[in-house]
Ligand binder design. Structure first.
Ligand SMILES: Cc1cc2nc3c(=O)[nH]c(=O)nc-3n(C[C@H](O)[C@H](O)[C@H](O)COP(=O)(O)O)c2cc1C
Length: 390
């Protein structure tokens, strides 16, 4: 079959694949969502994706109310398009973790050698590891983003209702069909179906994350069938083939994390980006070692050395906080061994470049794949990565 020119079939009166329930709700040009990155979001990346007609997201993990206000001011100076702000619900009482000095000392002990090696002073027990959910939520409400996304549970009826009254669409994240049903019952406006492949933390909340490991190809159509609201597919999607597949399986949008983490605008360090395009990125793992919660990344020296004492490490969010005191120094010193190298299984497909160039390529690749042209060689990932080291 002849492959039509990119977009010929989708521009104009008939927006074709770009017209989904989510793009209609939000007035987006394309059903492509940037994943939020707690700790690694950048306003330039978020704005670039929104300005290109997708939905840029910004992860507010750990942000105080004041920092949220400043971030939103910066975002608004860079884009007038809709964007999403993401916060973590207070799952398992994370914000209420108050160890004694002795407990904190015991949690710090396995990590002390890394502070010494990187020349970073040892931290003292903070008054809190994370800002309270309520503080973050009030600031988010004030900011009135087009979308508020939540991880680690079903936002309360009050949270959903207050967002609705402020004109903010709510999004929840599910790693199983049961979680998707709970979110649907909870009244959110859209649900992210997060496959096993996804980079970063597994936002499971009904069962242990280790028991919630369905791959996206199986999870997505089941969630689409189970819920009434639009579904956003996440996990391992990094090019137009993946987006076309997600839309074919019933998604109303595809959410990409790692592919954008590798772009120029991302706040990931150069060494992190280099690791995303390294051979090691072919074997990402799920581990609790870096943060106290199950998350996917590229294994490194920190993982290998802490694995034997995994049972003695601090729970979330203390482990994340303590390790977070020395990781920026490791990144600055180009030390990939002592950071968290969050990345999903699609990392080898990430191509870097600018976010605008990636958005444009994703759009034309998706159009081409959905137009029946299939995956033609010229749309293959430019780097022949898989043979590079053989
Ligand atoms: C560095 C990093 C940080 C992340 N932080 C968050 C976060 O704070 N909140 C959230 O909902 N998802 C977070 N995620 C998940 C992404 O938003 C997205 O769902 C995921 O990366 C999609 O899978 P992919 O990486 O395979 O594309 C994070 C992912 C990465 C790689």
């Amino acid at each position: 079959m002849t492959v039509p020119e990119n977009d010929v079939t989708v521009r104009g009166a008939n927006r074709g694949w770009k017209k989904t329930r989510l793009t209609e709700l939000l007035g987006l040009d394309v059903p492509i969502v940037l994943g939020p990155f707690g700790g690694l979001s950048s306003v330039t990346l978020t704005a670039a994706v929104s300005n290109a007609g997708g939905l840029g997201s910004f992860g507010l993990y750990g942000y105080s109310a004041e920092r949220i206000r400043q971030t939103v001011d910066q975002l608004r100076s860079l884009t007038a398009a809709p964007f999403n702000l993401n916060i973590w619900l207070d799952h398992e009482g994370a914000s209420e973790l108050h160890p004694t000095d002795d407990e904190f000392e015991a949690w710090l002990a396995p990590l002390k050698p890394y502070f010494t090696e990187l020349g970073v002073p040892l931290p003292e027990l903070p008054s809190q590891f994370l800002p309270a959910f309520d503080e973050q939520f009030e600031s988010l409400l004030e900011a009135r983003p087009a979308v508020a996304s939540f991880v680690y549970g079903v936002p309360s009826a009050e949270v959903v209702d207050r967002c609705r009254r402020a004109g903010i669409l709510t999004v929840g994240s599910a790693t199983t069909v049961d979680e998707a049903l709970a979110l649907d019952d909870g009244g959110v406006d859209a649900i992210v179906a997060t496959g096993f492949e996804a980079g970063g933390h597994r936002p499971s909340f009904l069962r242990h994350a280790e028991e919630s490991l369905t791959g996206l190809f199986a999870l997505l159509p089941q969630v689409v069938d189970a819920v009434s609201v639009p579904v956003i597919a996440a996990g391992g999607i990094a090019d137009g083939r993946g987006i076309a597949a997600a839309l074919t399986l019933g998604a109303d949008a595809a959410l990409l994390g790692t592919a954008f983490l590798a772009t120029e605008e991302s706040a990931a360090s150069d060494v992190h980006k280099a690791m995303i395009s390294s051979d090691d990125a072919r074997r990402t793992i799920l581990t609790r070692i870096y943060s106290g919660r199950l998350a996917r990344g590229i294994p490194n020296r920190l993982y290998a050395e802490l694995l034997p004492s995994a049972d003695d490490l601090a729970p979330f969010p203390a482990q994340n906080w303590i390790a977070g005191r020395f990781k920026p120094a490791a990144a600055q010193q180009g030390n990939a061994g002592l950071m968290s190298l969050w990345a999903g299984q699609g990392a080898p497909l990430a191509r870097g470049g600018s976010a605008a160039a990636l958005m444009s390529a994703l759009e034309s690749e998706t159009a081409r794949n959905l137009a029946g042209g299939g995956h033609t060689p010229e749309f293959r990932t430019p780097r022949n990565l898989f043979r590079a080291s053989e």
